[in-house]
Ligand binder design. Structure first.
Ligand SMILES: [Mg+2]
Length: 244
């Protein structure tokens, strides 16, 4: 008898939600609101901390050294100029990520941003939850960003569906060790976990760590390498028969 699946680990982009929402709405939103956000929050505590991280991203020891030679009125403009450049280059720097997260937070909280989830997701999650399935998220977006995202979706707050969140602090999504780390933290036998993602390299890594895997095939997902043989699902209802 194979071990029954009692837990589901879900990717976000291309699985619970469209890749396009993140790329065509969230990132452009952060770019559009960068200037206003910095001007409005300049001098506030939450931004001071981010500025220190941005200074490190810029190769400077501190924000004071980075901006200190500029008149105060010019400082936000220098930051805007530099960050706009990083955003255009899609840099994955710590300060940049934190700043984007803060801009998104303001966007989600003012309901200018509302996260996309495919229509089958919420009913399936509720059904699994009632059946006692433990559902968690693993995304390259930070845990804070995941919570913002699922706290503000088109169908309301879905956060109570999840009993855990993992991001790249557990390791990269294409490394099998990350899935071992997650199973350790979860205190679960990897074979009890079904991982669903739209990227075959991630499934390969998870399968190597002993997890069961399904490939998510959503509209707009890029085609995957057919050499990796895996079962495909087009929506979350198709996942349900694999559980329990
Ligand atoms: Mg994905």
């Amino acid at each position: 008898m194979p071990t029954p699946v009692t837990a589901v680990l879900l990717d976000v982009e291309g699985t619970t939600s469209s890749i396009s929402f993140v790329h065509d709405q969230m990132f452009p939103y952060a770019r559009r609101h960068l200037g206003d956000y910095l001007m409005e929050h300049w001098g506030q505590t939450e931004l001071l901390e981010t500025l220190e991280l941005l200074a490190v991203d810029a190769g400077q020891p501190s924000a004071e050294v980075w901006l200190g030679d500029l008149p105060v009125a010019d400082q936000p403009h220098r930051v805007i100029e530099v960050v706009e450049q990083w955003m255009a280059q899609d840099r994955k720097a710590t300060g940049l990520k934190q700043l984007q997260g803060q801009i998104w937070q303001a966007g989600f909280e003012s309901q200018q941003l509302v996260a996309h989830v495919w229509p089958d997701v919420s009913p399936a999650l509720r059904q699994w939850q009632q059946a006692g399935i433990d559902i968690r998220i693993y995304s390259s977006g930070s845990i804070a960003a995941q919570k913002l995202f699922f706290g503000h979706t088109e169908v309301g707050n879905l956060l109570d569906c999840f009993s855990g969140h993992y991001d790249t602090t557990s390791g990269g999504k294409k490394e099998s060790q990350s899935y071992r780390n997650i199973a350790d933290d979860w205190r679960i036998d990897p074979q009890q976990v079904l991982f669903v993602s739209d990227v075959v390299e991630e499934l390969e890594a998870a399968a190597e760590a002993g997890l069961r895997v399904l490939l998510s095939c959503r509209p707009g997902n890029p085609p995957q390498d057919p050499r990796f043989p895996c079962l495909r699902v087009e929506n979350f209802h198709a996942i349900t028969p694999w559980l329990g």
